[in-house]
Write a protein that binds this ligand. Structure first.
Ligand SMILES: Cc1ncc(COP(=O)(O)O)c(C=O)c1O
Length: 316
Protein backbone atom coordinates (compact mmCIF):
# COMPACT_ATOMS: atom_id res chain seq x y z
CA UNK A 1 0.00 0.00 0.00
CA UNK A 2 1.13 3.54 -0.72
CA UNK A 3 0.06 6.58 1.28
CA UNK A 4 -0.05 10.20 0.13
CA UNK A 5 1.54 11.72 -2.93
CA UNK A 6 -0.11 12.37 -6.28
CA UNK A 7 -3.81 11.71 -6.71
CA UNK A 8 -5.72 9.05 -8.62
CA UNK A 9 -9.00 8.48 -10.43
CA UNK A 10 -11.75 7.84 -7.89
CA UNK A 11 -12.47 4.28 -9.01
CA UNK A 12 -14.28 2.13 -6.51
CA UNK A 13 -13.36 -1.54 -6.45
CA UNK A 14 -16.37 -3.85 -6.17
CA UNK A 15 -13.92 -6.74 -6.07
CA UNK A 16 -15.54 -8.06 -9.25
CA UNK A 17 -14.05 -11.34 -10.39
CA UNK A 18 -13.96 -12.23 -14.06
CA UNK A 19 -12.42 -15.39 -15.47
CA UNK A 20 -10.97 -16.56 -12.17
CA UNK A 21 -9.95 -19.86 -13.76
CA UNK A 22 -8.76 -18.28 -16.99
CA UNK A 23 -5.28 -17.42 -18.22
CA UNK A 24 -5.34 -13.67 -18.73
CA UNK A 25 -3.63 -12.00 -21.68
CA UNK A 26 -3.83 -8.65 -23.46
CA UNK A 27 -6.23 -9.81 -26.21
CA UNK A 28 -8.23 -12.78 -27.44
CA UNK A 29 -5.83 -13.26 -30.33
CA UNK A 30 -2.90 -13.45 -27.90
CA UNK A 31 -4.89 -16.03 -25.89
CA UNK A 32 -5.47 -18.03 -29.07
CA UNK A 33 -1.79 -17.79 -29.96
CA UNK A 34 -0.78 -19.01 -26.50
CA UNK A 35 -3.04 -22.04 -26.80
CA UNK A 36 -2.06 -22.95 -30.36
CA UNK A 37 1.65 -22.64 -29.69
CA UNK A 38 1.45 -24.68 -26.46
CA UNK A 39 -0.47 -27.48 -28.18
CA UNK A 40 1.38 -27.32 -31.50
CA UNK A 41 -1.87 -27.44 -33.38
CA UNK A 42 -1.20 -27.66 -37.11
CA UNK A 43 -4.61 -27.06 -38.66
CA UNK A 44 -7.43 -24.79 -37.59
CA UNK A 45 -10.89 -24.98 -39.12
CA UNK A 46 -12.26 -21.45 -39.20
CA UNK A 47 -15.74 -20.25 -40.21
CA UNK A 48 -15.92 -18.21 -43.40
CA UNK A 49 -17.40 -15.35 -41.43
CA UNK A 50 -14.91 -14.01 -38.89
CA UNK A 51 -12.83 -11.03 -37.91
CA UNK A 52 -9.52 -10.91 -39.82
CA UNK A 53 -7.64 -9.91 -36.67
CA UNK A 54 -6.86 -13.53 -35.76
CA UNK A 55 -5.05 -14.41 -39.00
CA UNK A 56 -1.63 -12.80 -38.41
CA UNK A 57 -1.23 -14.91 -35.24
CA UNK A 58 -2.12 -18.08 -37.16
CA UNK A 59 0.27 -17.20 -39.95
CA UNK A 60 3.14 -16.59 -37.58
CA UNK A 61 2.60 -20.04 -36.03
CA UNK A 62 2.30 -21.55 -39.54
CA UNK A 63 -1.06 -22.99 -38.56
CA UNK A 64 -2.89 -24.06 -41.70
CA UNK A 65 -6.31 -22.41 -41.94
CA UNK A 66 -9.13 -24.39 -43.49
CA UNK A 67 -12.40 -22.55 -43.94
CA UNK A 68 -15.80 -24.08 -43.36
CA UNK A 69 -19.10 -22.50 -44.35
CA UNK A 70 -21.74 -21.16 -42.01
CA UNK A 71 -25.44 -21.18 -42.82
CA UNK A 72 -27.99 -18.38 -42.42
CA UNK A 73 -28.31 -19.28 -38.72
CA UNK A 74 -24.53 -18.75 -38.44
CA UNK A 75 -23.87 -22.41 -37.67
CA UNK A 76 -21.45 -24.74 -39.48
CA UNK A 77 -22.94 -26.21 -42.65
CA UNK A 78 -20.81 -29.31 -42.16
CA UNK A 79 -18.79 -29.60 -38.98
CA UNK A 80 -15.39 -31.12 -39.92
CA UNK A 81 -15.05 -34.71 -38.65
CA UNK A 82 -11.88 -34.99 -36.60
CA UNK A 83 -10.44 -37.80 -34.49
CA UNK A 84 -9.56 -37.31 -30.85
CA UNK A 85 -5.81 -37.56 -31.49
CA UNK A 86 -5.98 -34.94 -34.19
CA UNK A 87 -3.57 -32.01 -34.31
CA UNK A 88 -6.45 -30.01 -35.73
CA UNK A 89 -9.06 -27.93 -33.94
CA UNK A 90 -12.37 -26.40 -34.98
CA UNK A 91 -12.98 -22.77 -34.08
CA UNK A 92 -16.65 -22.06 -33.38
CA UNK A 93 -17.67 -18.42 -33.09
CA UNK A 94 -20.41 -17.51 -30.64
CA UNK A 95 -21.65 -14.67 -32.88
CA UNK A 96 -22.90 -11.62 -30.97
CA UNK A 97 -23.11 -13.79 -27.85
CA UNK A 98 -26.33 -15.32 -29.13
CA UNK A 99 -25.45 -18.94 -29.88
CA UNK A 100 -24.75 -20.47 -26.46
CA UNK A 101 -27.13 -23.42 -26.77
CA UNK A 102 -26.20 -24.27 -30.33
CA UNK A 103 -22.50 -24.29 -29.42
CA UNK A 104 -23.19 -26.50 -26.42
CA UNK A 105 -24.86 -29.01 -28.71
CA UNK A 106 -22.12 -28.92 -31.35
CA UNK A 107 -19.38 -29.52 -28.78
CA UNK A 108 -21.23 -32.13 -26.72
CA UNK A 109 -19.68 -35.27 -28.19
CA UNK A 110 -16.00 -34.37 -28.62
CA UNK A 111 -15.48 -31.12 -26.71
CA UNK A 112 -11.67 -31.42 -26.82
CA UNK A 113 -11.68 -30.75 -30.57
CA UNK A 114 -13.25 -27.32 -30.26
CA UNK A 115 -12.06 -23.82 -29.52
CA UNK A 116 -15.10 -21.75 -28.69
CA UNK A 117 -14.50 -18.16 -29.70
CA UNK A 118 -16.48 -16.23 -27.11
CA UNK A 119 -14.87 -12.91 -28.07
CA UNK A 120 -18.40 -11.61 -28.58
CA UNK A 121 -19.87 -13.59 -25.68
CA UNK A 122 -18.18 -12.50 -22.48
CA UNK A 123 -20.87 -14.00 -20.27
CA UNK A 124 -21.18 -17.36 -22.01
CA UNK A 125 -19.96 -20.00 -19.58
CA UNK A 126 -16.94 -22.04 -20.56
CA UNK A 127 -17.93 -25.57 -21.65
CA UNK A 128 -15.91 -28.23 -19.82
CA UNK A 129 -13.52 -30.07 -22.12
CA UNK A 130 -13.41 -27.35 -24.77
CA UNK A 131 -10.96 -24.48 -25.00
CA UNK A 132 -12.48 -21.02 -25.07
CA UNK A 133 -11.28 -17.48 -25.64
CA UNK A 134 -12.86 -14.19 -24.54
CA UNK A 135 -12.27 -10.50 -25.30
CA UNK A 136 -13.67 -8.57 -22.33
CA UNK A 137 -12.95 -5.09 -23.68
CA UNK A 138 -15.87 -5.53 -26.09
CA UNK A 139 -18.19 -5.45 -23.07
CA UNK A 140 -16.25 -3.42 -20.52
CA UNK A 141 -14.50 -0.06 -20.55
CA UNK A 142 -10.98 -1.49 -20.39
CA UNK A 143 -8.02 -0.94 -22.70
CA UNK A 144 -6.95 -4.57 -23.20
CA UNK A 145 -7.72 -8.11 -22.14
CA UNK A 146 -8.07 -11.63 -23.47
CA UNK A 147 -9.06 -14.73 -21.53
CA UNK A 148 -8.19 -18.34 -22.22
CA UNK A 149 -9.94 -21.30 -20.60
CA UNK A 150 -8.35 -24.63 -21.39
CA UNK A 151 -7.38 -27.89 -19.72
CA UNK A 152 -3.90 -27.61 -21.21
CA UNK A 153 -1.17 -26.20 -18.96
CA UNK A 154 -0.08 -22.84 -20.32
CA UNK A 155 3.19 -21.21 -19.27
CA UNK A 156 2.33 -17.57 -18.77
CA UNK A 157 4.71 -14.96 -20.23
CA UNK A 158 6.77 -12.86 -17.85
CA UNK A 159 5.98 -9.64 -19.70
CA UNK A 160 2.89 -7.64 -18.82
CA UNK A 161 1.02 -5.47 -21.31
CA UNK A 162 1.50 -1.76 -20.65
CA UNK A 163 -1.82 -0.03 -21.32
CA UNK A 164 -0.86 3.27 -19.71
CA UNK A 165 -0.65 5.03 -23.09
CA UNK A 166 -3.89 3.43 -24.27
CA UNK A 167 -6.56 4.55 -21.84
CA UNK A 168 -7.12 8.05 -23.24
CA UNK A 169 -10.08 6.99 -25.41
CA UNK A 170 -11.94 5.62 -22.38
CA UNK A 171 -11.48 8.87 -20.46
CA UNK A 172 -12.30 11.09 -23.43
CA UNK A 173 -15.45 9.10 -24.17
CA UNK A 174 -16.52 9.30 -20.52
CA UNK A 175 -15.95 13.05 -20.68
CA UNK A 176 -18.10 13.29 -23.82
CA UNK A 177 -15.33 14.06 -26.32
CA UNK A 178 -16.26 11.24 -28.67
CA UNK A 179 -14.31 12.52 -31.69
CA UNK A 180 -10.97 12.91 -29.94
CA UNK A 181 -11.56 9.60 -28.19
CA UNK A 182 -12.16 7.76 -31.45
CA UNK A 183 -8.71 8.56 -32.83
CA UNK A 184 -7.15 7.31 -29.59
CA UNK A 185 -9.34 4.21 -29.68
CA UNK A 186 -7.97 3.33 -33.13
CA UNK A 187 -4.42 3.80 -31.83
CA UNK A 188 -5.16 1.58 -28.83
CA UNK A 189 -6.59 -1.13 -31.08
CA UNK A 190 -3.54 -0.92 -33.32
CA UNK A 191 -1.30 -1.56 -30.32
CA UNK A 192 -3.12 -4.85 -29.82
CA UNK A 193 -2.16 -6.04 -33.28
CA UNK A 194 0.97 -7.42 -31.69
CA UNK A 195 -0.32 -10.87 -30.71
CA UNK A 196 2.76 -12.12 -28.84
CA UNK A 197 1.18 -13.04 -25.51
CA UNK A 198 1.64 -10.74 -22.53
CA UNK A 199 -0.21 -10.69 -19.24
CA UNK A 200 -3.27 -8.45 -19.05
CA UNK A 201 -2.33 -4.90 -18.02
CA UNK A 202 -2.56 -3.85 -14.38
CA UNK A 203 -4.95 -1.11 -15.51
CA UNK A 204 -7.43 -3.52 -17.11
CA UNK A 205 -7.11 -5.95 -14.21
CA UNK A 206 -8.04 -3.14 -11.83
CA UNK A 207 -10.85 -1.73 -14.00
CA UNK A 208 -12.42 -5.19 -14.13
CA UNK A 209 -12.56 -5.17 -10.32
CA UNK A 210 -14.57 -1.95 -10.53
CA UNK A 211 -17.09 -3.22 -13.10
CA UNK A 212 -20.68 -3.83 -12.03
CA UNK A 213 -21.27 -6.97 -14.07
CA UNK A 214 -24.82 -7.57 -12.88
CA UNK A 215 -25.96 -4.14 -14.07
CA UNK A 216 -24.13 -4.62 -17.36
CA UNK A 217 -25.78 -8.00 -17.94
CA UNK A 218 -29.26 -6.83 -16.96
CA UNK A 219 -29.17 -3.70 -19.11
CA UNK A 220 -27.83 -5.49 -22.17
CA UNK A 221 -30.60 -8.05 -21.88
CA UNK A 222 -33.26 -5.39 -21.31
CA UNK A 223 -32.12 -3.35 -24.33
CA UNK A 224 -31.91 -6.41 -26.55
CA UNK A 225 -35.48 -7.40 -25.66
CA UNK A 226 -36.76 -3.94 -26.57
CA UNK A 227 -35.09 -4.06 -30.00
CA UNK A 228 -36.12 -7.68 -30.53
CA UNK A 229 -39.77 -6.80 -30.00
CA UNK A 230 -39.63 -3.64 -32.09
CA UNK A 231 -37.97 -5.28 -35.10
CA UNK A 232 -39.38 -8.78 -34.76
CA UNK A 233 -41.26 -8.77 -38.08
CA UNK A 234 -38.55 -6.94 -40.02
CA UNK A 235 -35.46 -8.87 -39.00
CA UNK A 236 -34.22 -11.56 -41.40
CA UNK A 237 -32.18 -13.03 -38.55
CA UNK A 238 -34.12 -14.32 -35.57
CA UNK A 239 -31.89 -14.84 -32.58
CA UNK A 240 -33.94 -15.00 -29.37
CA UNK A 241 -32.42 -13.78 -26.13
CA UNK A 242 -32.99 -16.90 -23.98
CA UNK A 243 -30.28 -16.65 -21.31
CA UNK A 244 -27.78 -14.76 -23.47
CA UNK A 245 -26.04 -11.50 -22.69
CA UNK A 246 -25.67 -10.14 -26.23
CA UNK A 247 -22.92 -7.98 -27.67
CA UNK A 248 -25.42 -6.13 -29.85
CA UNK A 249 -28.75 -6.55 -31.64
CA UNK A 250 -28.10 -7.68 -35.24
CA UNK A 251 -30.86 -6.32 -37.48
CA UNK A 252 -30.57 -8.05 -40.84
CA UNK A 253 -32.43 -6.28 -43.61
CA UNK A 254 -33.11 -6.94 -47.26
CA UNK A 255 -31.01 -3.99 -48.34
CA UNK A 256 -27.44 -2.76 -48.19
CA UNK A 257 -27.02 -0.79 -44.94
CA UNK A 258 -23.95 1.25 -45.93
CA UNK A 259 -25.86 4.48 -46.58
CA UNK A 260 -27.96 4.07 -43.40
CA UNK A 261 -24.77 3.64 -41.36
CA UNK A 262 -23.37 6.84 -42.92
CA UNK A 263 -26.55 8.77 -42.17
CA UNK A 264 -26.60 7.51 -38.59
CA UNK A 265 -23.07 8.85 -38.08
CA UNK A 266 -24.49 12.31 -38.87
CA UNK A 267 -26.76 11.76 -35.86
CA UNK A 268 -23.78 10.73 -33.70
CA UNK A 269 -24.85 7.08 -33.83
CA UNK A 270 -21.87 4.84 -34.45
CA UNK A 271 -22.50 1.27 -35.54
CA UNK A 272 -19.79 -1.32 -36.06
CA UNK A 273 -19.74 -3.44 -39.24
CA UNK A 274 -19.03 -7.17 -38.76
CA UNK A 275 -16.87 -8.05 -40.82
CA UNK A 276 -15.43 -7.00 -44.12
CA UNK A 277 -13.12 -9.84 -45.11
CA UNK A 278 -11.90 -11.44 -48.32
CA UNK A 279 -12.47 -14.79 -46.58
CA UNK A 280 -16.20 -14.27 -46.10
CA UNK A 281 -18.59 -16.62 -47.85
CA UNK A 282 -22.01 -15.59 -49.12
CA UNK A 283 -23.60 -15.63 -45.65
CA UNK A 284 -20.75 -13.57 -44.19
CA UNK A 285 -20.95 -11.05 -47.03
CA UNK A 286 -24.70 -10.79 -46.51
CA UNK A 287 -24.19 -10.21 -42.80
CA UNK A 288 -21.70 -7.44 -43.49
CA UNK A 289 -23.69 -5.74 -46.22
CA UNK A 290 -27.23 -6.03 -44.88
CA UNK A 291 -26.99 -5.97 -41.10
CA UNK A 292 -27.20 -3.09 -38.66
CA UNK A 293 -25.48 -4.04 -35.43
CA UNK A 294 -27.41 -1.97 -32.92
CA UNK A 295 -25.92 -1.18 -29.51
CA UNK A 296 -27.47 -2.65 -26.37
CA UNK A 297 -24.87 -1.64 -23.82
CA UNK A 298 -25.60 -0.32 -20.36
CA UNK A 299 -25.03 3.32 -21.34
CA UNK A 300 -28.17 3.51 -23.47
CA UNK A 301 -31.44 4.55 -21.87
CA UNK A 302 -34.82 3.22 -22.99
CA UNK A 303 -35.70 6.68 -24.34
CA UNK A 304 -32.56 6.75 -26.47
CA UNK A 305 -33.22 3.26 -27.72
CA UNK A 306 -36.77 4.14 -28.77
CA UNK A 307 -35.44 7.23 -30.56
CA UNK A 308 -32.98 5.00 -32.38
CA UNK A 309 -35.78 2.62 -33.42
CA UNK A 310 -37.80 5.55 -34.73
CA UNK A 311 -34.85 6.97 -36.65
CA UNK A 312 -34.05 3.64 -38.28
CA UNK A 313 -37.70 3.17 -39.28
CA UNK A 314 -37.63 6.51 -41.09
CA UNK A 315 -34.71 5.24 -43.20
CA UNK A 316 -36.32 1.97 -44.33
C1 LIG B 1 -14.96 -13.41 -33.32
C2 LIG B 1 -13.69 -12.73 -32.89
N1 LIG B 1 -12.63 -13.48 -32.56
C3 LIG B 1 -11.48 -12.90 -32.15
C4 LIG B 1 -11.34 -11.55 -32.07
C5 LIG B 1 -10.05 -10.96 -31.60
O1 LIG B 1 -10.24 -10.38 -30.32
P1 LIG B 1 -9.09 -9.42 -29.75
O2 LIG B 1 -9.28 -8.11 -30.43
O3 LIG B 1 -9.35 -9.34 -28.27
O4 LIG B 1 -7.81 -10.06 -30.08
C6 LIG B 1 -12.41 -10.74 -32.42
C7 LIG B 1 -12.24 -9.29 -32.40
O5 LIG B 1 -12.99 -8.52 -32.91
C8 LIG B 1 -13.62 -11.33 -32.81
O6 LIG B 1 -14.68 -10.59 -33.13
Amino acid sequence: MAIGGYNQLPLISLDTQLGTEAYKFQSARAALYAYLSATKIKTLYVPNYICDSIFPALKSLTVEVKFYSVNEQLLPVNCPELTEKSDSRILLVNYFGLLNEQIKMLTAVKPELFIVDNSQALFCEHIEGTTSIYSPRKFLGIPDGGLLRTEIKINMPEARYDASENVGHLLLRAAGDVQAGYARFLDAEQMLECFIPKKISVISAHLIKCADLNTIKEKRRRNYKILYNKFRTLNQLQLPINDHVPLCYPLKLELNVTSICRELIDNAIYLPRYWSSQHSGSVGKGMFENTLFLPVDERISTTELLQLVKLIRTKL
